[in-house]
Design a protein around this ligand. Sequence first.
Ligand SMILES: [Zn+2]
Length: 383
Amino acid sequence: MTHQKKTIALPTMTPGTSRGIVVHHFGKRGARPKAYLQAAIHANELPGAMALHYLMPMLVEADKKGLIKGEIIVVPTVNPIGLSQLMGHNHLGRYDFLGRDNFNRNWLDLSEGVSERVGKQLGKHAQDNVELIRKAARAELDAMKPLNELQTLRVEVMKLSADADIVLDLHCDQDGVLHLFASNRDLHGPAQMLAADLGAEATLYSDPYPDALTFAGVHGGLFARLADKYPQANIPPACHSTTVEYRGQHNVSHPLGEADGTNLYRHLVRRGVIAGRAGKLPKLKYEPTPIGGMDVGYSPTTGILVYHHAKGTWVKKGDVICDVIDPSDPRGAKARTPVKARTDGLFYSGKQNGKLVWPGAVVFAIAGTKLLAHRKGKNGLDD
Ligand SMILES: [Zn+2]
């Protein structure tokens, strides 16, 4: 049996309070492939934690049978700071109360530091390069002196994840269908395989990798940035990192959790982390589409948000996706301001779980195949 549970203590921020991150470890340390899975960095997004609730007993069972070939780290709720943010009988877990940071931004781009440490040693041999980069990334993290709780969380979590072959950061949307955010660099193998195994309705990719320093973005981005900086060296995309958006915040149920946990397990088998037969790869539901083809709808005004379509519906350019209704206007249909699709594609998210919106509020996202002029320069997630 290799399963171990430990808690990483975070520095105390106020007298009488302390928090820690619970980490589960399976398999022999240093065994490959290494998979790192975490949920709820946006602490009010719990469907991923629900998937891990079902995955963990399967891993315990696999461990008992000696089936874990690689190394697996599972962090079911990675953000105890966000989990503690209760206000007015609500839980608010997307932004840090202290500094207002989005918890899934400002992760550590280690590429500069790694470059300074080992850039000159990177050569033609891919595996040697991967090992050099991973060691240097760890040395960078070890050398950091985080002061507060959130900085410490970022450094300590990345010590667990930075050398993984597979990173799955489990999130959810406010209100949407299952979709992935991936990088173009590993689209044509691992990311499509993951999308098929998890049953993703859409996969949106950054090209070549996300600009925003999201958790998944900095992991794949480390190798991608170094490969760009040292084109003569042979630097493979050694970390396949993906943001998994498990539908909407309210989509927490036993059947969904069980299906999602089972699908994650099957994917770990398919990737060789766990011994067994993954079976035939399910059919991909929708070819990956570029982030630059993602139409984002913004509310032009304030009012009541009402949709015309269910999330997961195919829509066409010009279709009215939703109305924003002025509740004090007595003119019936004339009180409605329609917001229209500017592309053909899959209406995969409503981006809101409340019913009151305001000017500039994001009210939908559509995954389209065509790059859109009004999305030019957008290469990351939209908030
Ligand atoms: Zn999230």
